[in-house]
Write a protein that binds this ligand. Structure first.
Ligand SMILES: [Zn+2]
Length: 334
């Protein structure tokens, strides 16, 4: 069913259309707990209360201290990899989903798929219509949506309809039997008020199948543009102002359709996903290091290898990490 794309009046500003925001479906991402938790074993390169001291020797044989609350289980590389891939798939998937909504790429409707054409009808004198027809033709060619404008006198509808929107809605289906038109109905009062105020009003009705090329944000922009030019116009020069409105819409709005909010959300999802992966990998490497490390016995002393002079912690190794020579295991080293 078609819906209101927005409208306005001379005195009352504009209102948005009645479109439902079908795009903004909420998605909830599950927590990353399960399988591997981040607070199972606290491991740090700095000493902290309750920590045991561990030492490990790197490839060159240099020693490093590491601190942990207890000896961690052997970290599981497979789980780390699966978790990282899962985070990336979900995070980047959500980011892609949000970007897809944020970047609205218009897909023009095929004008041969329905009875397309431009339509401008006025029961009142609105001046030269040719420029408006040209601008509406441009919109039809760009989007495949058929623009229609109907200018009426309040008397045409006020007796049978409660408001202009209801009349415009009914006119849409009286005039068209598809959902590819965008009808604007502009209505002027029968008489001008004593102070010269012309209390016109207008309504836009857009077919639901226009959704693939006209986003709800774009409908709102059209409403603002149309209202701006109607405010400047006199009834007798309406043709020129309609031309300006459609021209501005064609050039300024249809060319760039994107939603900054969704693009920002997309970037946040991607960033969070990468940060989580970094955390998962860092946790794995830390646990692996600590798992391979040896607990430092209470009161252990430093000693130097009697062959290569490399320092080590007494009681943590049997052979020198540098030259591989057996080390003395008693405190004195002699
Ligand atoms: Zn040595």
């Amino acid at each position: 069913m078609a819906h209101s794309s927005g409208g306005g009046s001379h005195g009352g500003g504009t209102h948005s259309g009645s479109h439902s925001y079908s795009h903004s479906s909420r998605s909830s991402s599950g927590s990353s707990h399960g399988g591997v938790s981040f607070d199972h074993v606290r491991i740090s390169r700095r000493r902290f209360p309750g920590a045991h001291e561990y030492v490990y020797y790197d490839r060159r044989g240099d020693y490093h201290y590491i601190y942990a609350e207890c000896t961690p289980d052997k970290p599981d590389l497979a789980i780390t990899i699966i978790l990282s891939i899962l985070i990336l798939v979900i995070g980047l998937g959500l980011a892609w989903f949000m970007m897809d909504i944020g970047l609205f790429v218009p897909r023009p409707i095929s004008t041969s798929s329905y009875e397309s054409g431009i339509y401008l009808e006025s029961s009142l004198d609105i001046g030269d219509e040719s420029a408006a027809l040209d601008a509406m033709q441009d919109m039809l060619e760009t989007t495949g949506v058929s623009p229609a404008v109907k200018v009426v006198d309040d008397a045409v509808w006020s007796a049978n309809y409660t408001d202009l929107e209801t009349f415009a809605y009914s006119e849409y289906y009286r005039m068209f039997d598809d959902e590819y038109h965008w009808l604007v109905v502009i209505s002027y009062p029968d008489e001008t008020a004593d102070d010269g105020f012309v209390d016109w009003q207008w309504e836009g009705i857009i077919g639901d199948d226009c959704e693939s090329v006209i986003s709800s944000e774009t409908e709102d922009k059209f409403t603002l543009i149309m209202q701006k030019y109607l405010l400047r116009s006199e009834q007798t020069s309406l043709g020129d102002f309609l031309a300006s409105a459609y021209d501005e819409f064609d050039a300024g709005v249809l060319a760039t359709q994107y939603d900054v909010t969704f693009l920002a959300i997309s970037a946040v999802f991607a960033l969070v996903a990468f940060m989580l992966v970094v955390l998962v990998i860092r946790k794995y490497t830390r646990e692996k290091t600590c798992y391979k490390a040896t607990k430092v016995p209470a009161g252990a002393a430093m000693q130097k290898c009697s062959y290569c002079d490399r320092p080590y912690v007494v009681g943590t190794i049997l052979v020198c990490p540098g030259c591989g020579a057996p080390v003395s295991i008693n405190e004195s080293g002699k």
